[in-house]
Design a protein around this ligand. Structure first.
Ligand code: CA
Ligand code: CA
Length: 217
């Protein structure tokens, strides 16, 4: 009888051992507070609003490579995306002097986000350029800051006033994926030809990157 009870108690554990991983496992989490750039190329640590972040970027970006992942069917990639200062969204007028301001995320060389953000102040009497997010660029026109989790956080550039400051977007993508290697790439194609220091006019950074691997069975 005792043997039977032990077997019943042990059975779920034997079943879980038969699986290669649990159903949902966090394999990467980085808030950048300790300066950890393992697996990241091209990125550097900055600060924003009292927190360490990856950035700020303008005509740049970062790669995050993860290897030796446990067996899985999906990955979930999530992070905070800060859009700093005067992004111009879909703006294409005046010979592309100020836009479009494109931001992209690719996973294993496949594009999952190819969008624009507008952080324009929308002052009466001035053109208020739309953004593509949460849809992709081109052919989508949303109001500035649609989909943002927070707006009017501080700006990053002391030399230039930014009435709209920084907008925070929560990015989360679940992707069918089974390879043991994962390459996440985020970059921008920011356009700002009419200022001496474009990075001071518009830039971006990320924080709290998390990657989970998921089995559906
Ligand atoms: Ca941080
Ligand atoms: Ca611009």
């Amino acid at each position: 009888m005792i043997k039977k009870i032990l077997w019943i108690l042990a059975f779920p554990f034997l079943l879980s051992c038969a699986k290669s991983v649990n159903s949902d496992v966090e394999v990467y989490a980085n808030d950048f507070e300790n300066g950890n750039l393992t697996g990241i190329t091209k990125g550097e640590i900055g600060t924003f609003n009292g927190s360490k972040v990856l950035g700020q970027f303008n005509n740049g970006g970062f790669d995050l490579a993860l290897n030796d992942l446990p067996a899985h069917e999906m990955v979930e990639v999530s992070f905070d995306l800060y859009i700093h200062d005067n992004w111009d969204g879909n703006a294409q007028f005046a010979d592309n002097v100020i836009g479009p301001d494109i931001w992209r995320m690719r996973v294993d060389d496949q594009t999952y986000i190819n969008t624009t953000f507008s952080n324009a102040a929308c002052t009466p009497g001035f053109i208020c350029p739309p953004q593509s997010y949460p849809a992709d660029y081109p052919n989508n026109n949303q109001n500035p800051r649609v989909g943002a989790e927070k707006t009017k956080l501080p700006g990053v550039c002391a030399q230039r006033t930014s009435p709209t400051g920084t907008s925070l977007y929560k990015i989360k993508k679940r992707i069918a994926h089974s390879s043991a290697n994962l390459l996440i790439q985020c970059d921008d194609k920011l356009m700002q030809k009419n200022v001496a220091d474009p990075k001071c006019d518009e830039s971006w950074s990320v924080d709290n990157i998390k990657v989970r691997v998921i089995n559906l069975k």
